[in-house]
Each structure stands twice: as structure tokens, then as C-alpha cells.
Design a protein. Structure first.
Length: 442
């Protein structure tokens, strides 16, 4: 069966008898004339640069929407907190098993790394709250197969976690990541308290959660409002998701801190002063993004001292990264000029100064041979001398080591790796990331 899609500009052929036109079209997400998603962005020569320039505006709108309550994020946060209070009440009454998990955070790749930090922060604030974070692929491997795959090296096991009626927070900015989408179906057999952090209201995971039985004001979807971002290296999507997760963390902590009973049940170690400090840091985040990117929250270019310094450092880094291809180009130019043009310089000079000397000619040939042998090192040193860089620094492909907390190091490592994914080997970099408080020390 063949269907016309994209307004007749493409065809889709179905080979499975169960996939009829009606169910298939209901699973599709309309990208135009859809009130639940923003308009598609216009084509751009540099999608990565556009994402960076949009960072302050997206995070500022996200915080303003949360503060004013005009969007549905606050309603979703209210529903999440209400479900969490009900869960804690059941635990206090002794109705939950010892292995029962209160909140499961899941996702894939960058979304998972953000979720891990969120789960770690929540567990640090409330030690008695059973919070677990696990990859969506691990959940699928253990419970989504006819033949379970043991998750070696991870605490997740078949009878280890009790997920019955647990709260589930799925982090997927695209809302269509295969593992996260499959988990949104899989865990419905254990719990109907599923939530998602995504980019738009209408995504594949959002469709799955909207099908669940909901009462009035039971919103399940958190959105960053960043929309569709075609750039493969993740920058804006990571920052917006982190900003939204911070707001969710603030809301949960505020609900628990204000209740003496909930503080005792969760073993809360936070104070209202700590919560105020967290809120202040989150507010200052938008101003810091404006200073870093050199763009205002309205998208107006306004370079700052910080952005100028960062760009100057970037150009200096570019000199290091592009050293090899530039030296290669100088070597090629030298070979072309000396072989196909004026000749090797030492031999030409010896022939003009001492045309009758056999020894001088041989010495000149040896010197020219040595120049060709070490031509790469000579051109590299000459290039460094002209650019004012260190002459004795090692030569070769550059390495960038990111030292930060795990989710930052991993996200930056993925970002840089994707930026250089299509570059030639001699114009690329090796990227490494590690936690400076842990294995980077070794």
C-alpha cells in the first residue's frame, strides 16, 4: 500500500498488513499548521552559531513562562509534586515494598547525563527519597525483550527495583528517541505516573502520555520551547533542558521544605536559605549566558568583554588545530617552488658561489636533503614564529581535555566530537572528558 506524504512530494510504501493509513497518520506529528509546536526554523548557513546566539532568549523565556505561569509547565510541576506527595504518604503508611522506587529518571545519551545529575541532586537533597536513574536502553534490555539481557556492571536487576506505581521522568528533547519512546510504552505496564521533559507539546512521547487516563489538570509534559534544532552538536537543547530540570528541582524542594512532615519523611538536608541561593544562581544564569555568547535575550548581538575574550581564545585555539594543514600547505609550496621552479636553495647557492667545487656541491645536496627530511618541522616552527606561539611545543594532532562534573564533561566531549566529525584527520582534534574530582586526577 502506497501513501502520499509531505503534501504529495514523497510516497511511503507499507509492507506490513497491520499498518493501515489511519493508524499510521495518527502516529505522525504534523510539523506545519500544528498549534502544539512552534514553526520550523528557517534555513541557516551555520545552525550551531544560531543555537548559541539563541541560548539567552530561550532560557529567559523558559524562566519567564515558569514565573508567570502562562504556560503549562507549572501545571505539570504541580501534578508531579502532587503525585510525589501521594507516593510519600503511601510510604509513610507502610504500603510500599522496601525495594520500591519513588522516582525513576531515564533517557539516552545527553538527556541521560542531564537526568543523572538531576537524580543525584535530588537524592543529595532528600536522602530517604528513593531516586534512581538508568538508561532507557538498559530498561529495554532487561524488561523489553522476550529474552532478558542482564545489565552487567549496573545495579539494575530483574528483582532489584520495584517500579510499581513509581513516578517516571523521561528526558528526551526530541521526544522521539527510540529508546525513550519505547520505554514510555514499556513502563505503562508498571505505572501510569509518567512524565516527559521535551522540546514541544506534540512529540511522539507526548502522544503516548496523552493517551493515558487523565483527570482534570493532570498535565504530564514539560517543554523547553526550544523547538526543532537541526544542528547535530547539542548546545541549546542541553542548556534549555538543564534550565528546565533546575526549575523542576526548585519546585520539588520548595514543596518538601515547606512541609515539616515531608521534610522528615525524605530526610531533607536543605534549608530555605539554600533554596534561595539556588534560585539566585538560576536567575543569574541568563545574564551569564548573555555575557558568554555576546547576544541579548532578544537575539541582538551585543559583544561583551567575556564574549570577546572567548572568541580571542577560540582563534588562538584554531591556530593550534590548523597548524598541521597550514604547515602541510607551506611544505607543498616549498616543494613546488624548489623542484619545478628555481631549484633547491642550497644547491643553487653553491653552484653560484663555488661552481668549481665538488665538495661544496655535495655538502649543498646533503643540506637540501636534510631540509626536505625535516621540512614539516621547519615549516611548523616558522609558522609558530610568525604567529608568536611557543616554538618547542609538541607537534601533532591536538587534544582537548574537558575537566568538569560528569554531565558537563560528557556533553562537551560529545559536542566537540560532533563539531569535528567531518573534518580531515590532520585538521581534527582528540576530545577527552573527565571529572577533576575523580579520575582526571590520575
Amino acid at each position: 500500500e502506497t501513501l502520499d506524504v509531505c503534501h504529495g512530494r514523497a510516497t511511503l510504501t507499507l509492507f506490513q498488513e497491520s499498518l493501515r493509513a489511519g493508524p499510521l497518520r495518527r502516529r505522525l506529528v504534523r510539523l506545519d499548521r500544528n498549534p502544539l509546536i512552534g514553526p520550523l526554523p528557517a534555513s541557516c548557513a551555520d545552525e550551531v552559531a544560531r543555537d548559541l546566539s539563541d541560548l539567552p532568549g530561550v532560557c529567559a523565556r523558559l524562566r519567564d513562562d515558569w514565573r508567570t505561569g502562562h504556560g503549562l509547565n507549572r501545571l505539570t510541576a504541580h501534578n508531579l509534586a502532587r503525585q510525589l506527595r501521594a507516593r510519600l504518604a503511601r510510604r509513610a503508611e507502610g504500603k510500599l515494598a522496601p525495594a520500591a522506587v519513588d522516582l525513576v529518571v531515564t533517557g539516552c545519551e545527553v538527556s541521560l547525563w542531564l537526568g543523572e545529575q538531576f537524580a543525584a541532586d535530588l537524592a543529595a537533597c532528600f536522602p530517604r527519597l528513593a531516586v534512581r536513574c538508568v538508561s532507557a536502553n538498559k530498561l529495554l534490555g532487561l524488561w523489553g525483550q522476550d529474552f532478558p539481557i542482564p545489565q552487567t556492571g549496573h545495579a539494575l536487576a530483574d528483582d532489584c527495583w520495584d517500579l510499581k506505581d513509581a513516578l517516571v521522568l523521561i528526558v528526551s528533547h526530541s521526544g522521539g528517541t527510540f529508546g525513550s519512546l519505547a520505554v514510555s510504552n514499556l513502563l505503562q505496564a508498571s505505572s501510569d505516573r509518567l512524565f516527559v521533559v521535551t522540546s514541544e507539546w506534540d512529540t511522539q512521547i507526548g502522544k503516548q502520555l496523552r493517551k493515558l487516563d487523565c483527570k482534570m489538570f493532570e498535565s504530564r509534559i514539560f517543554v523547553t520551547g526550544a523547538g526543532v534544532r537541526p544542528a547535530e552538536p547539542c548546545s541549546l537543547t542541553v542548556a534549555a533542558t538543564h534550565c528546565l530540570l533546575t526549575l523542576i528541582l526548585e519546585h520539588i524542594t520548595l514543596v518538601i521544605v515547606r512541609s515539616r512532615e515531608l521534610r522528615e519523611q525524605t530526610g531533607c538536608v536543605l534549608t530555605e536559605a539554600s533554596l534561595s541561593e539556588l534560585d539566585r544562581c538560576a536567575r543569574d544564569n541568563v545574564g551569564a549566558l548573555e555575557a558568554i555568547t555576546g547576544f541579548t535575550r532578544d537575539g541582538v548581538s551585543r559583544p561583551t568583554e567575556t564574549s570577546k575574550e572567548l572568541r580571542s581564545t577560540g582563534r588562538r585555539w584554531a591556530d593550534h588545530v590548523l597548524e598541521a594543514p597550514r604547515a602541510w600547505a607551506l611544505c607543498a609550496l616549498y616543494v613546488l617552488v624548489t623542484v619545478a621552479g628555481v631549484g633547491a636553495p642550497c644547491s643553487v647557492a653553491a653552484a653560484r658561489v663555488l661552481p668549481e667545487s665538488f665538495v661544496a656541491g655535495r655538502v649543498a645536496l646533503v643540506l637540501d636533503a636534510l631540509v626536505y627530511v625535516f621540512l614539516g618541522e621547519i615549516m611548523t616552527a616558522l609558522l609558530r614564529l610568525v604567529q608568536g606561539r611557543t616554538l618547542l611545543h609538541r607537534m601533532g594532532t591536538r587534544s582537548i581535555v574537558v575537566g568538569d562534573v560528569p554531565w558537563v564533561a560528557q556533553s562537551v566531549e560529545a559536542y566537540l566530537s560532533k563539531l569535528f566529525a567531518c573534518s580531515y584527520a590532520y585538521a581534527s582534534v582528540h576530545v577527552y572528558g573527565a571529572n577533576p574530582g575523580d579520575h582526571l586526577v590520575h
